[in-house]
Design a protein around this ligand. Structure first.
Ligand code: ADP
Ligand code: MG
Length: 230
């Protein structure tokens, strides 16, 4: 890649190490992990159950304390971002997608997707317009006024990725977002995430068990014995 066409680094970590000390013996789950993901780049993280994939995403998201190393969102080191400032930066920078949906049962699909934008103090009409656009893109235009309990499992999971994309994050962290979906719904979720990555220039870090989806990302990294391998 020539220097002029090089993209900026959206999220990165260096020397990232995590040791859990809560059990009878300390377990080092991540050992000196270095990762750089560019804007518009998709990276799949694969690895056995218990290999530390969720731990890595939590640390990249600044949701858990690291043992050693540094995480940067863009050019901002997380060690310099604390408390409210970190929460604000996370809200502006990152979109999280979890394996099991985090939707609020009393809110409609539309209200759930609009919520993060309302938290950012966007007006109701603008927030709902953006939510409506995202849900339509996910094929859920007929389901916007449904409560989560009135949606099928696949519809709920599709709905649950929209709040993460609503604020045009510069980095999307997705933890097995297609894990419990059939092929058609998994494809739709994957395409929505990779479209956000390519069209909005977001970095996508996707933890997945689906080898076929991983292979469609720009890079596939394997987490083995606490180390990321190409
Ligand atoms: P994965 O997402 O790849 O399945 P995790 O990151 O959830 O793996 O977990 C990696 C390892 O760290 C596992 O051995 C797990 O038992 C351990 N672990 C995860 N969270 C904690 C915790 N809060 N305290 C102690 N050990 C933990
Ligand atoms: Mg996990």
């Amino acid at each position: 890649m020539s220097k002029s066409s090089a993209s900026a680094i959206a999220i990165s970590c260096k020397g990232l190490t995590k040791t859990y000390v809560s059990g009878p013996q300390p377990i080092t789950v991540l050992n000196d992990v270095t990762l750089r993901v560019l804007q518009g780049e998709s990276v799949a993280i694969v690895g056995a159950s218990g290999s530390g994939k969720s731990t890595l995403l939590h640390l990249l998201g600044g949701l858990d304390a690291l043992t050693a190393g540094e995480v940067q969102w863009g050019t901002r080191p997380l060690s310099l971002l604390k408390g409210d400032a970190r929460d604000r930066a996370r809200n502006e920078t990152l979109g999280f997608v979890y394996q099991f949906h985090h939707l609020i049962g009393e809110l409609t699909a539309l209200e759930n997707v609009a919520l993060p934008l309302r938290i950012r103090r966007l007006a109701v009409t603008s927030a709902q317009a953006r939510a409506s656009e995202l849900l339509s893109g996910l094929g859920l235009q007929e389901r916007m006024t449904h409560l989560p309990s009135e949606l099928s499992g696949g519809e709920r999971q599709r709905t649950a990725i929209a709040p993460a994309l609503a604020g045009n994050p510069s980095c999307i962290l997705a933890d097995e977002p297609t894990g419990n979906l059939d092929r058609q719904n998994a494809d739709r979720v994957f395409e929505t995430l990779t479209n956000a990555c390519k069209q909005q220039g977001a970095a996508l870090v996707l933890v997945t068990h689906a080898a076929e989806l991983a292979a469609r990302c720009d890079r596939v990294l394997h987490l083995v014995d606490g180390v990321l391998q190409g």
